[in-house]
Design a protein around this ligand. Structure first.
Ligand SMILES: Nc1ncnc2c1ncn2[C@@H]1O[C@H](COP(=O)(O)OP(=O)(O)O)[C@@H](O)[C@H]1O
Ligand SMILES: O=C(O)C1=C[C@@H](OP(=O)(O)O)[C@@H](O)[C@H](O)C1
Ligand SMILES: [Mg+2]
Length: 170
């Protein structure tokens, strides 16, 4: 079973994917990190060179062509479910979990903005407005996930229990 974690930047996908994979004793794949490895560029450099549309094309390609192990946890980038048919593809090819979090909590998690080109020059106030606007646009995609959890106080054990209940993980 492939488990895809989706949600807004800062909700903890990359962090929780590692913890969950550790509990399940399976590999973790972070699609942003795979893109960095594949291209030899940071996400910020890739955006600067090829624009957001270039990044979205490569992101889709990476999602769909990666040679996934049978069981793994996959951290997706925050925008990935909201382009092309990526969300449907994940729902058809694995289990999907939306790590949901309030805008103000997301702001408090997003200290390291330089790594994230969409928000790199924003102060807290601008970021809060941006998140409120973007979440309205993205929530309809995220909420297509099979499991929706509150990401604020989420621990990996609870997440594992939810997945076992819903997907009969071994
Ligand atoms: N449970 C947590 N409590 C506090 N901070 C967290 C927690 N989980 C992640 N973080 C921090 O929040 C930020 C975003 O986490 P990250 O896993 O990179 O999110 P995403 O991949 O969804 O953008 C990081 O700085 C990380 O250290
Ligand atoms: O929300 C987005 O559009 C993005 C989120 C980032 O991933 P994280 O959600 O892991 O920060 C990364 O893919 C890129 O900067 C674009
Ligand atoms: Mg991440």
């Amino acid at each position: 079973m492939k488990i895809f974690l989706v949600g807004f930047m800062g909700c903890g996908k990359s962090t929780k994917a590692k913890q969950l994979a550790h509990r399940l004793e399976c590999p973790v794949i972070d699609l942003d990190a795979e893109i960095v490895q594949l291209t030899g560029k940071t996400i910020a450099e890739y955006f600067a060179e090829f624009g957001e549309s270039g990044f979205r094309n490569l992101e889709r390609e990476t999602l769909k062509t990666f040679n996934y192990p049978e069981t793994c946890v996959v951290a997706t980038g925050g925008g990935l479910p909201c382009f092309f048919d990526n969300m449907e593809w994940m729902n058809e090819n694995g289990a999907t979990v939306y790590l949901q979090m309030e805008p103000a909590a997301l702001v408090s998690r997003l200290h390291n903005r330089q790594k994230r080109p969409l928000i790199k020059d924003m102060d807290d106030e601008q970021l809060l407005e941006f998140i409120k606007m973007k979440l309205q646009e993205r929530d309809p995609f995220y909420t297509k996930a099979q499991i929706i959890v509150n990401a604020f106080d989420l621990d990996a054990e609870k997440l594992e229990d939810e997945l076992k209940a819903k997907h009969k993980l071994a």
